[in-house]
Design a protein around this ligand. Structure first.
Ligand code: NAD
Length: 315
């Protein structure tokens, strides 16, 4: 792996943090983003080793220039909402499967490694915890199925063409820069917005549903390590710690010094428990460094400190 990385979806939440980390490590970065959910302000206004291309990965006119001089691809662009994948599965399929095959073709033609965003959503509603990569994959939404299809396509390209690849099964990522006002953003953003406006934190159901929250800076480190390692297949990317929504609320109230809860009905089909076995991630990419309390504390104390971490697995 050389020096210049193409980051598709690099102006988004996970993408922009990964771009920051790549630049800090001395790499050159070409970002492609259509700014459907990402924001130009998420990236440095100017940087000698950063190039930003505005456009859609489905636009064939862009492909030749995108590939020039690149040494690796990080693919994060997607239709990221589970709910939208249910409401408009055809569009979601185009965004998440057709565009993924385009990325594989680009990687194959250029002969470079591709690291891509999969999701804990591939597991569906887990029967045993913590989830290991070898556990059954039973998606329960078009989004989860699309991410699993990506994994199968990448494996096929390895067999057919020797493509080097790694799929990142992200669990619930949290940290600055995720849009807190999006109807699809997660429980941490919702709680922080409620806390800042003096409202009670609304807990869905009994609050005992568990999630595995990982700070976006740890995800960025894992993404960069993944680009420069030789392992292939899929890896869980989480903290390895299960936290109930109620514990999350209590931690935020403790950090904030006040706060109370209100109780609202559960969402139909919400997954009850989720937690990653991160043995492979620790060995191959390094262990996460930021505890939930530390990450939330930093988050609460910064102006940009809004959101991250979707309550629905795989947002
Ligand atoms: P995000 O919406 O912040 O980032 C996606 C980026 O891709 C945005 O900048 C968007 O403008 C861009 N984009 C979308 N479609 C594009 C296209 N066709 N062409 C070019 N650019 C396009 O989302 P995120 O939270 O950073 O998620 C990144 C990836 O990780 C996604 O694939 C998502 O499915 C996956 N993921 C995220 C989480 C999480 O907790 N955030 C969990 C599991 C998986």
């Amino acid at each position: 792996m050389g020096e210049r990385i193409l980051v598709i979806g690099g102006a988004g939440f996970i993408g922009s943090h990964t771009v920051d980390h790549l630049l800090t490590q001395g790499y050159s970065v070409r970002v492609l983003d259509n700014f459907s959910t990402g924001r130009r302000e998420n990236l440095p206004a100017s940087h000698p080793r950063l190039e930003v291309v505005t456009g859609d990965i489905g636009d064939s006119h862009l492909w030749a220039n995108l590939l020039a001089d690149i040494d690796g691809i990080l693919h994060l662009a997607a239709q990221v909402s589970v709910q939208k994948s249910i409401e408009n599965p055809v569009n979601s399929c185009t965004e998440n499967i057709r565009n993924f095959v385009i990325v594989l073709e680009l990687a194959r033609k250029r002969g470079v490694r591709v690291v891509y965003a999969s999701s804990a959503a591939v597991y569906g509603d887990p029967q045993t915890l913590p989830l290991r990569e070898s556990d059954p994959v039973v998606p329960i939404s078009p989004y989860g199925l699309e991410k699993y299809s990506n994994e199968l396509y990448a494996q096929l390209y390895e067999k057919m063409y020797g493509l080097s690849h790694l799929g990142m099964r992200y669990f619930n990522v949290y940290g600055p820069r995720q849009d807190p006002y999006s109807p699809y953003s997660g429980v941490i953003s919702r709680f922080i917005v409620q806390m800042r406006s003096g409202q009670p934190l609304s807990i869905r159901g009994d609050g005992l549903q568990e999630r595995d929250f990982i700070h976006v800076a740890d995800v960025a480190r894992a993404n960069v390590a993944a680009l420069f390692c030789t392992c292939s297949g899929v890896l869980n990317i989480g903290s390895g710690c299960a936290t109930t929504i109620r514990q999350l609320g209590e931690t935020l109230c403790d950090l904030h010094g006040s706060g109370e809860f209100s109780w609202v009905p559960p969402i139909a089909g919400d997954i009850r428990h989720s937690c990653a076995d991160i043995t492979a991630m620790r060995t191959l990419l390094g262990a996460p460094k930021i505890t939930l309390a530390a990450g939330l504390g930093e988050f609460l104390n910064t102006d940009a400190g809004v959101d991250v971490g979707a309550e629905a697995v795989g947002a």
